[in-house]
Structures are given as C-alpha cells and as structure tokens.
Design a protein around this ligand. Structure first.
Ligand SMILES: [Zn+2]
Length: 444
C-alpha cells in the first residue's frame, strides 16, 4: 500500500509538509512556515520563538495535529529539501514529538540548528546527508537526495524508493544551466529514475502559471552590469537588497562590488546567519571578501563610516519585501546615522512576493525612499522557481505515472494539472489535486 498525505503546502504557498506511507511505515517530507502569516503576525524573528499552540493558531506552521494523532507513531524519519523557511522552519517546533531523526543536507541542517536555538523544545537527532546519497529508513523504504538548482544552496529533490514504486518529491527547484556556485541539476540521475519507473512526481507549482522557462542565476550579473554605469556615480550611496538565504545572489553582488571598486558591507542578522551557515560547511568564504556586520552598535558604527565615505561602499542588506524590522526599511525610517540623499540608489535584487501584506509594505518602503529623492531600480532578479516550460521538461525527464502539484493554492494546482493534461495525464486518474488535510492512495 502506498499513500500520500498532503499536510501543508497544498492550499497556499507556504507551510510545506507531505507524508509518504508504505504499508505501516511513514516518512515526512518538509515542515515549513507560512511566511505570509508571519508577516501579518509581527516579523519573522519574533514569530520563530512563539509557543507551538500560537504557531498553530496563527497558521504559521502546517496543521499536523490530526495526522500526528492518527499516524505519529508510524513516522520513521523526517526529511527536508532545503533551507528556505517555508520548507524547514517548523522542524524545531514540530519535529521533536515524532521521536525520529531529521535528515537534510549540511547547509539545511546548519540553518535548522540556528532556528532551533531560539526555541525551548528538544530537537530530534539531526543527520547531515549530501546529494547523491541514500538513507535507509527501513528494509522497505530508502530515501535518496538528488542535487537540483534553486535560489538557495544545497537543495535536493527527494526520491522515496519503496517496493510499490518511486515517489519523486521536487519542492522547490529550477533548471539553471549556468549556476554561480553550485553544479547543474543531476539530470543523469533523474534519467536513471525514469528508466526504473517513477510512480509519482510531487512538484513545486509556485511559478507554474508563468508561460516561460526560468532564466539562469548568471543572467543577474548582466543585469547589474547594465544598471551600474547609470547609478554608480561619484558621491552617491549604493544599496542592494536581496533575500538573506540567497547565497549565490550575494556572491554575484560581491563580484559586482569588486568590479566597481566599492567595498561590500553586508548588514543585518538574518543575512549574516545564512552566510555563517554556508561558511561553516565550507561552501563560501564571504568574510574574506566583505565586511559582515551584525548587532545594533556595530551596524551604527559602520553606518557612520559609510556616511562619511559614501562612494566607497556597496551596502548589501535585507528589506526587499519592506519587512518592518529589516535593515533597509530601518534606513528608510532614519533609524541609523546614515542619511539618504537625492540620487542615492537602491537596487532591489528581488521580486515582491505577491501577497497583500508584502505588496503594501514594499509600497510603503518605496514611498519613503522616493520622498527622499532616492533612485529605485526594481526586479534585478530571476526566480528560484520553475516556470511552466521547466515543469514540462521535468515531466518528460521522469515520465511519472502520477502527477501531483504542490506549493500553491487551488489556482496554481489547477494550472499544474492543466499542463499535465497537455502531457497526456487525466485529472482524477493520473493527475491529482490535493488540499491540505487530504490524502490519496496510489497503490492499494
Ligand atoms: Zn525554496
């Protein structure tokens, strides 16, 4: 018997959590936050330390209470695909009660450990496993990590091998032919899985509606090079904001700083936390290339220095979504000893997440910047998620018997099964829409 449980991530973008059952054994895949709810609660750092009951109440974590009541004792292991908070941040709060190990790549484990340091719960045993390896859960379930490109490092596709067939869980990914730090996706391994026969593909549908292919991370460098002659003037301040976990993007910006002879200064706690995790596992050494500053006192000291020598620095910070506590938002509110002046420039190496609260907060940030005469350049960015044509390629690469879209609400999941129908799948028979709390038996 093979059954899939959609616990979270099937009714919204966020709080991903899926379970796969073979006979009486179950494994859990991902356990993340719903970021939009955190934004509407108060700000991510404080939300991470909320009591478990409040996390459920505010819908920040997947509601696994019924699943746990019925099946908690059958769960043998929890796996996480990558270090984004909507895939791993609920692990410190929810995983302990399952009394089983948590397995993820070294970078993801470092991020989970950091998140767990803000909580009281005892963490389960954390096991690091690199892409290309297999974890034997039991004699009937083996779990394999396959390297895939995404917008944070060490992301994997998870293949669950059971006697009833292979389940491929690809939640989040993109196909990047020219990544900055990492290797290309392990296409050879995916092709081998197709030969063996894939029973089901469960796939990220965040960007399924974009009738395109997602472009490579390396194209962002060209975008920066296009912009800089116009904004890198003699006396102005230059600020770039991006996502804290986007290690490859930060690398691109560091290279750009070198090219224009400005000293890169990375400001803020969450960005320096992710960089510390990446440095700890030996993937990057940004501390050599940039000043990385955290803590109110230190940030203010550096801000004073930057304020006097404005053309010498390139500030890299968070705040691209207008988050109230992020460095850029605080700069816009004059909370540091750094003056924003006309002709200063802010480059948004990001896209606004299309939720009402993000849109409103970002608009408010832009208004404040514009009022000061600051130039704004937006969308210097490529997405970390697969477009519709990448999704088609994934279906063709794996030729799964069943197609199950995840990581999106009903509209995105419907768009996924629509694509699957173009590829010969039939809704209700070989392609399936699940909502949070539902399950499906694929093999009786
Ligand atoms: Zn992701």
């Amino acid at each position: 018997m093979l059954k899939i449980y959609a616990i979270g991530g099937y009714s919204q973008i966020g709080k991903n959590m899926t379970a796969v059952q073979y006979n009486d054994e179950i494994i859990v895949l991902d356990c993340g936050f719903w970021m939009e709810k955190i934004m509407s609660y108060e700000g991510e750092e404080n939300a991470a330390s909320l009591p478990v009951e409040a996390l459920y109440q505010y819908e920040i974590v997947p509601d696994d209470r019924q699943f746990y009541k019925n099946h908690g004792k059958q769960v043998k292991a929890i796996f996480s695909t990558h270090a984004h908070l909507d895939h791993c941040a609920a692990i410190p709060a929810l995983a302990g009660k399952y009394k089983c190990p948590v397995i993820a790549t070294p970078f993801t484990i470092e991020v989970i450990k950091k998140l767990a340091s803000e909580r009281k719960e005892a963490l389960p045993r954390l096991i690091k496993m690199k892409a290309g390896n297999m974890y034997e859960v039991s004699k009937n379930i083996n779990v394999e990590f396959i390297h895939v490109t995404h917008s944070t490092i060490q992301t994997v596709i998870i293949a669950v091998h059971t006697p009833d067939g292979i389940i491929v869980y690809a939640n989040d990914w993109r196909f990047d032919e020219n990544p900055i730090i990492e290797k290309r996706t392990d296409y050879a391994r995916l092709k081998k899985l197709k030969k063996k026969g894939v029973l089901a593909l469960i796939t990220d549908s965040t960007r399924i509606e974009d009738e395109s292919k997602t472009f490579s991370e390396s194209t962002v460098r060209s975008m920066f090079l296009d912009i800089l002659p116009g904004v890198d003037t003699k006396e102005n301040l230059l600020i770039t904001t991006t996502f804290a976990s986007h290690i490859e993007r930060i690398k691109t910006i560091l290279d750009i700083a070198k090219k224009i002879n400005r000293k890169p200064v990375i400001l803020g706690t969450s960005m320096s936390n992710y960089i510390r995790s990446a440095e700890k596992i030996g993937v990057v050494n940004f501390s050599k290339e940039a000043m990385i500053v955290r803590g109110e006192k230190n940030i203010n000291r550096v801000m004073r220095r930057i304020n006097k020598n404005r053309k010498d620095y390139l500030i890299i910070c968070t705040g691209n979504q207008g988050e109230p506590n992020a460095v850029l938002t605080r700069i816009s509110r004059n909370e540091f000893e750094l003056n924003l002046l006309p002709k200063d420039a802010v480059i948004f190496s990001s896209k606004t997440i299309p939720s009402p609260i993000n849109i409103a907060q970002r608009a408010e940030l832009e208004r404040k910047l514009k009022n000061k005469g600051v130039r704004i350049i937006t969308d210097v960015h490529v997405s970390g998620h697969a477009g519709r044509e990448d999704q088609r390629e994934m279906i063709e690469l794996l030729k799964p018997k069943h197609y199950i879209p995840t990581h999106g609400g009903m509209v995105k999941l419907a768009s996924g099964v629509n694509l699957a129908s173009e590829e010969g799948y039939e809704l209700g028979k070989t392609s399936h829409i699940l909502q949070d709390g539902q399950s499906i038996v694929l093999v009786k």
